[in-house]
Design a protein around this ligand. Structure first.
Ligand SMILES: Nc1ncnc2c1ncn2[C@@H]1O[C@H](COP(=O)(O)OP(=O)(O)OP(=O)(O)O)[C@@H](O)[C@H]1O
Length: 679
């Protein structure tokens, strides 16, 4: 298998000097001539700033991989447990069923090579690709090495993975999507302007110029076409300047011209000393010949792994010759992988007769192909895999490959936080500032203002009811809004975190901060309207304290919503649990029941509505305040039946309890996200 020669064209076949001219017009960059692997500086990410100055890396961000990766996998096997009725009322005593999805799969992909994974649907292509990307849950047996080392976070950050489903933020435009990715993924040694320029270049490279300002779209509103979405996904991964790029069916559902364009882009990327592996369904012969190597799977086993150009020669040598002279090799391979062999008995008729109805024949053909592979191809492949790997980068610098070439995050915590905050604000502005939400809060505030219109202390029960309503409404509302936060963003979070794009903490704090303005503006409007309409104490200080307590309550309730969402990661379950929790908090809040049975009084101590209600009452009335409790009779407010048992004196404890919940729920949400983190 000959490694492809280096080409001096850019990644889509545009001559590199065209790109070079574009870049040098705008920013100062150093042009680097295509060099051999050994000419590259070792571990560029670790160089000191003064060394970086002298190193011509900037232009190469998209032209060449900074650290090529040789991927070797040997005897990779993966077994899944099939779900049975075990645990249900009707469980049988049958043993657990398992299924082998991959069975002893081996291969090598080197920098500069474009490798296609072919096989019928269900043959294990996606599973193998996911295993190679280090993202397969559960135990994968066999060995997979990257430059002779096992998968690590350093490799993760140099690996681009385009999944079959495009996971994109629906409300961002193409330009915004790629710009935010560039800002997050490209190293800090590039300026912001240079990163944005890289995003623009990718848009040009992938032919997305026409739709650069179109929104991506989602299931409920149209945006990009399937092909355009796919190209945006590929563009996002290209922006890592990946050394290893893995793509799951990047051409499915695309017209042949677009498919060809994408594959030629991939070929161009491979020529920049990247290792590119893609699964592909039914490629045309035009596409097939663009691949350097093919790996052919049949029911999780290999029937071929090697040069794309020698496929016919190999299968001819073991007795499988296509009936037609000009048959697409991909069709031929897929027929073989399905166990459909050319009918050699009718060679004279030059006919290719499938025997799809003959299962036994198909199985024996597959078995024969698998054993031929193990006999003829596997020994040489094994020898090649076992040839020791010498990392030219690390050995040149005398650094230990496993530790020293390990780089850290490409961008700082603060950069990640800033970019994620801006992206979140853009993506969610339609949601945060939705007219419906504003209408909901305004209408409830005006209605409750009218219901409690200028209530006074002679109707103390009513006034206290209004304060309790504050605590409950601003317990429910933020809780249910916050529940959606993480489950909705889960696919994006999984994808971006799996590729080591940012720290969980920067994402988490950006999400908190982004939600804050609207979470605080709405209750402020609400309290301002209802407080004055409802006839509560006309004092600016009391009003301000009431507002601050409600806002504190909002933050605590939001924290609980985030924690429930992060723990369950499923909106339906989380909303069910949240409604039960809030109902308990409502009942235990201290307004409806003052004389709780002792064995259940603890419930009120876990209810944030209880503390909020106590604080609201505590700031509204002073100790010696009196109200008209009967004709000509005045009683102390704190002796009224609604308040008497509330223990208003210890407001410091109430604030402390809310503070503990504020921090506790947020920590819980953070750790739930961290624990639930996919590999
Ligand atoms: N987690 C899982 N649970 C159950 N079955 C699984 C799981 N993962 C993979 N499989 C099964 O393993 C087989 C291989 O799946 P995989 O997605 O790798 O196939 P594929 O070759 O990529 O198929 P396609 O071309 O249709 O995408 C399929 O039959 C699939 O149903």
């Amino acid at each position: 298998m000959m490694p492809p020669e280096h080409e001096t064209t850019s990644i889509t076949g545009i001559p590199s000097n065209v790109l070079l001219t574009n870049r040098t017009e705008n920013i100062s960059v150093h042009a680097e001539p295509p060099s051999s692997v050994s000419n590259l500086s070792p571990c560029l990410d670790r160089q000191k700033p003064d060394q970086q100055e002298a190193t011509p890396v900037r232009l190469s961000v998209l032209r060449e991989s900074l650290r090529p990766i040789t991927l070797k996998f040997e005897d990779v096997a993966y077994t899944i447990k099939l779900r049975t009725n075990e645990g249900s009322c009707f469980s049988s005593s049958e043993p657990k069923l398992t299924r082998t999805v991959l069975n002893g799969v081996s291969g090598i992909a080197r920098p500069g090579e474009l490798v296609a994974m072919l096989g019928p649907s269900g043959s294990g292509k996606t599973t193998l690709l996911t295993a190679l990307a280090g993202r397969l849950p559960g135990k994968v047996s066999g060995t997979i090495t990257y430059n002779g080392q096992p998968f690590s976070s350093s490799i993760k950050r140099k690996t681009g993975f385009v999944s079959q489903d495009d996971v994109l933020y629906p409300h961002l435009t193409v330009l915004e999507t790629l710009t935010f990715t560039a800002l997050l993924r490209l190293p800090n040694k590039l300026t912001i302007a240079e990163k944005i320029e890289q995003a623009e270049l990718i848009i040009m490279e992938l032919g997305l110029t026409r739709c650069r300002n179109s929104i991506v779209g989602g299931p409920l509103f149209r945006g990009l076409s399937g092909g355009e979405r796919k190209r945006v996904s590929i563009g996002q991964e290209m922006l890592v300047n990946p050394s290893l790029l893995l793509l799951d069916e990047p051409t499915s559902g695309l017209d042949s011209t677009t498919a060809q364009r994408i594959v030629s882009t991939l070929r161009g990327l491979a020529r920049g000393r990247r290792t590119v592996i893609t699964t592909i369904h039914q490629p045309s012969s035009r596409l097939y010949w663009m691949f350097d190597k093919v790996v052919v799977l049949s029911e999780g086993c290999l029937i071929y792994s090697g040069s794309a150009g020698r496929v016919m020669e190999y299968f001819g040598s073991i007795g499988y010759v296509p009936g037609f002279n000009f048959m697409n090799p991909a069709d031929f391979l897929l027929d073989l992988a399905n166990g459909v062999a050319p009918d050699t008995k009718h060679d004279d008729q030059q006919e290719f007769q499938g025997r799809s109805d003959h299962h036994d024949d198909q199985n024996s053909t597959k078995q024969s192909l698998i054993s031929s592979y193990r006999k003829n191809l596997y020994p040489a492949l094994k020898d090649e895999i076992h040839q020791s790997f010498r990392d030219p980068f690390c050995s040149a610098s005398g650094l230990s490959p496993s530790r020293s070439c390990e780089n850290q995050w490409t961008t700082s915590w603060w950069t990640q936080f800033n970019v994620l905050l801006k992206r979140g604000l853009k993506e969610r502005k339609h949601e945060s500032y939705s007219g419906l939400r504003i209408f909901q809060v305004m209408s409830v505030s005006i209605l409750s203002g009218l219901l409690w219109w200028h209530s006074d202390t002679s109707h103390i029960q009513d006034q206290v009811g209004l304060l309790f309503f504050f605590s409950i409404f601003w317990g429910f509302f933020p809780l249910f809004n916050a529940i959606f936060a993480f489950p909705q963003e889960r696919p994006m979070l999984i994808r971006e975190r799996s590729s080591g794009m940012y720290r969980l903490s920067s994402y988490y704090f950006a999400r908190m901060a982004g939600d804050l303005p609207m979470e605080l503006v709405l209750p402020t409007i609400f309290v301002t309207i209802t407080y004055w309409m409802g006839g509560l104490k006309p004092s600016i200080l009391t009003f301000t304290l009431t507002l601050l307590i409600v806002l504190f309550n909002v933050l605590v309730s939001q924290g609980l919503g985030l924690a429930l969402g992060a723990i369950l990661m499923e909106v339906k379950q989380a909303t069910t649990l949240a409604s039960v929790t809030m109902l308990v908090f409502l009942l235990a809040g201290g307004y409806y029941i003052q004389h709780m049975p002792p064995f259940i009084t603890w419930l009120k101590y876990i209810s944030f509505s209880h503390y909020c209600y106590k604080l609201l009452v505590g700031v509204q009335y002073s100790k010696n305040e009196h109200y008209e409790c009967g004709l000509g009779m005045h009683c102390r407010v704190f002796d009224s039946p609604a308040i008497k048992l509330m223990d208003i004196d210890n407001m410091g404890w109430d604030v402390a309890a809310l503070a503990v919940m504020f921090v506790g729920y947020r920590l819980l949400a953070y750790f739930a996200l961290r624990m639930g983190r996919p590999q």
